[in-house]
Design a protein around this ligand. Structure first.
Ligand code: DC
Length: 222
């Protein structure tokens, strides 16, 4: 039986940085499920489909072939055979991913892919519904959060480091709106699983958060 660590939480809580670090320390594969929703969103944008066109999203998602490979320790997302890692980190794609991920057909397709990956190898998987829906029997479940202000500051630093012009207040507003959508959608809303450990990273270093999660795994006796 493969080993599974599930990390859920809102946008910008540091899930991917932490999950990558924990995976490296334990020798597991890191699976970023948000990247799959982003690849699906990119596909919809390329097809000219709008976030509000639920029927078109349902009808079209079946033809998006999304695959995950690990190359030199990095997750690479392929959309219909093309490496799209460099195209999915924009605010436009993130906002479309949040909107299109409310769609049941999109979720069904991607959840199946995520469960298959986790059944084949030891994983640290991050997302919004990993502990609640994708891996309900995960060995460790963490709900990682931080205040919207801290999350906006982190995102602002990331974007300005890449040379992108941005407004921190707009980023915080987008984060609050995205949280609301993710937490209030009908299917698989973002919420802490009953058996998940809450970790608030607002005043913690990356090392402290990663050590906490590795500690939870060691304590679980697997
Ligand atoms: O973690 P992220 O910002 O890359 O995710 C982009 C969007 O995808 C997010 O707003 C909600 C959605 N998502 C989801 O619904 N379920 C997941 N397991 C992961 C992401």
């Amino acid at each position: 039986m493969s080993k599974q660590i599930a990390i859920d939480g809102p946008a910008g809580a540091g899930k991917s940085t932490i999950a990558k670090k924990v995976a490296k320390e334990l020798g597991f594969i890191y699976v970023d499920t948000g990247a799959m929703y982003r690849a699906m969103a990119l596909y919809m944008i390329k097809k000219g489909i709008k976030a509000s066109e639920a029927d078109k999203i349902s009808a079209t998602c079946g033809s998006a072939d999304i695959t995950i490979k690990h190359e030199n320790g990095e997750q690479v997302v392929y959309l219909n055979g093309e490496n799209v890692n460099g195209m999915i980190r924009t605010e436009e794609v993130g906002n479309m991913a949040s909107a299109s991920s409310v769609n049941g057909d999109v979720r069904k397709k991607l959840v199946e892919l995520q469960q298959k990956l986790a059944s084949e190898t030891d994983v640290v998987m991050d997302g919004r519904d990993i502990g609640t829906v994708v891996l309900p029997d995960a060995d460790v479940k963490v709900y990682l959060t931080a205040s919207s202000k801290v999350r906006a500051e982190r995102r602002f630093k990331e974007l300005t480091a890449k040379g992108e012009q941005c407004d921190i207040e707009k980023i915080e507003q987008d984060i609050i709106e995205r949280d609301y959508r993710d937490m209030h959608r009908e299917i698989s809303p973002l919420k802490q699983a009953d058996d998940a450990t809450l970790v608030d990273s607002s005043d913690m270093t990356i090392e402290e958060v990663a050590d906490t999660i590795v500690g939870l795994y060691k304590d679980c006796g697997k």
